[in-house]
Design a protein around this ligand. Structure first.
Ligand SMILES: [Zn+2]
Length: 55
């Protein structure tokens, strides 16, 4: 199950959320587990970033 990293803009803490692609597709409301705020921002997680440049 993919993990998504979020940053809470209220308490400035980050947290991971585990969602299936289907769940994520339904745009669930993510709330901060620390302060229950929904003022969260999805972080870019570089799992798929591969620098395979050919020189
Ligand atoms: Zn928070």
């Amino acid at each position: 199950m993919p993990a998504y990293e979020y940053l809470c803009k209220d308490c400035k803490r980050d947290f991971m959320v585990f969602l299936s692609l289907k769940e994520f597709d339904e745009k669930p409301k993510i709330t901060c587990p620390h302060c229950q705020s929904d003022n969260v921002q999805k972080q870019i997680v570089g799992f798929y970033v591969k620098t395979s440049k050919k020189s």
